[in-house]
Design a protein around this ligand. Structure first.
Ligand code: NAP
Length: 393
């Protein structure tokens, strides 16, 4: 398919910036004719540096300008999607909408895109004329790539997960505020910290005072995050679970095409003071009591990005952390062990860059899939084994 005119909305936000970076690295702009850059706040200013002319920024609510695009890729957020997408469609726009926001994910007309896991469903959606292709929730995509080998073999009976999600998952402004919070905490305790004779309890008291003071910047995050954690992410569904936790179950099963026989997935989602990368502590119940080596081999061999970290102290502390994984497409899975709760109970810990596989990468790969769709037929035979597994699920 020829991508003559592709519109980008939300390209300077957290996800959008990483998307631009990846598209530059992979020379994706060469796959398309014109790239048009939209904005909700900077109309008329110069477009981003993409190694070729990117024009001036166009108003992201200009339906005529949006409607002139064959494809719109948006990382602007759910409010924008809710506002613009229905009006564009109502006006007859029939282009492809590729979106990082959650708004449309569970719509019957939308396909959730995680092509290493569900390329057959994506191609089936294209064949059926689907036009809305939506990136998964970040923890969902990272967990699914990590457990691809077990999910793909239909071995998972249920999953319980505790997430440790980075501040960049909340957006660019929250990330800046988090750094300002860290700065204020240090500034106010610095004299005590630098004095070797000061009491550690005085330092601790000073830090707590700063965290609880009215001066701490919390306009974006809402609460102190430095020196703290926040055990609720996204909205309150009034059922005891957060919207983020709900997504973990419904999106995973939709991606797997398991609407009729969903795998039970329960999460507790927690925002922690890491900059980038979401980590997840998983408890799995497998429907077969496989030897540990077999479980590790299935996990390790599932896709090009996942790899097993030996369940040893040194390897875990050096290779299974946000500081190690940030900026890479790697999905390390470690701490794998069988639990004494009974046969088939397994623990694992995984880390992934939620801005890459968790957000930008599925979007840019969808653009590649679109540009190849109808032009090249290859890949379909290679998918046949996975198609059969998805269909059987
Ligand atoms: P974000 O960083 O807050 O960016 C969204 C928009 O905010 C930007 O496109 C920009 O729009 C505007 N903005 C205002 N001030 C800004 C500033 N100082 N720096 C940069 N942008 C600024 O949001 P995001 O985290 O990228 O998330 C976008 C969507 O992706 C959301 O729906 C989110 O749920 C989803 N998502 C996020 C992640 C993640 O890890 N962050 C992962 C998966 C999905 P204008 O240029 O038009 O002003």
């Amino acid at each position: 398919m020829k991508l003559d005119r592709v519109g980008f909305v939300g390209w300077r936000g957290m996800v959008g910036s990483v998307l631009m970076q990846r598209m530059m690295q992979e020379n994706d702009f060469s796959r398309m004719g014109e790239a048009v850059f939209f904005t909700t706040s900077q109309t008329g200013q110069p477009g981003p540096d993409i190694g070729r002319d990117s024009g001036t920024l166009v108003d992201a609510t200009d339906l005529d300008a949006l409607g002139a695009c064959d494809v719109i890729v948006t990382c602007q957020g759910g409010g924008y999607t809710s506002d613009v997408h229905p009006r564009l469609r109502a006006g007859g726009w029939n282009g492809y909408w590729i979106d990082a926001a959650s708004t449309l994910r569970m719509s019957g007309d939308a396909v959730i895109i995680l092509d290493p896991v569900n390329l057959p469903l994506i191609r089936d959606g294209l064949d059926r004329g689907r036009k809305d292709f939506i990136g998964p929730n970040c923890t969902v995509s990272l967990m699914m790539l990590a457990l691809d080998g077990l999910l793909g073999e239909n071995l998972v009976e249920w999953i319980s997960v505790a997430t440790y999600q980075a501040v960049s998952g909340a957006g660019a402004r929250q990330m800046r505020e988090f750094i300002r919070q860290m700065g204020m905490v240090h500034d106010r305790a610095a004299t005590l910290v630098d004095n070797p004779d000061s009491s550690i309890l005085d330092i601790d008291r000073q830090v707590l005072e700063t965290l609880q003071s009215a001066d701490l910047p919390v306009q974006e995050i809402g609460y102190p995050l430095t020196g703290n954690l926040l055990p609720w992410i996204d909205g309150d569904l009034d059922s005891g679970i957060s919207r983020e936790e709900w997504k973990g179950s419904v999106e995973t099963n939709k991606i797997l095409g398991r609407g009729g026989a969903p795998i039970p997935i329960e999460s507790t989602c927690i925002r922690v003071g890491t900059m980038r990368c979401h980590s997840q502590a998983l408890t799995l119940k497998l429907n077969r009591d496989l030897p540990l080596a077999e479980i590790e081999a299935l996990v390790d061999g599932a896709n090009d990005w996942v790899h097993v970290v030996p369940n040893q102290r040194e390897a875990s502390l050096s290779d299974l952390t946000p500081a190690k994984v940030t900026g890479t497409l790697d999905i390390p899975v470690g701490r794998i062990r069988k639990l004494n709760m009974g046969p088939g109970h397994v623990a694992a810990f995984t880390v992934g860059d939620q801005l890459l596989w968790g957000a930008a990468e599925p979007l840019r790969r969808m653009l590649c899939i679109l540009s190849e769709y109808g032009v090249r037929g290859q890949g379909r035979e290679e998918d046949s084994a996975r198609t059969a597994r998805v269909a059987a699920a």
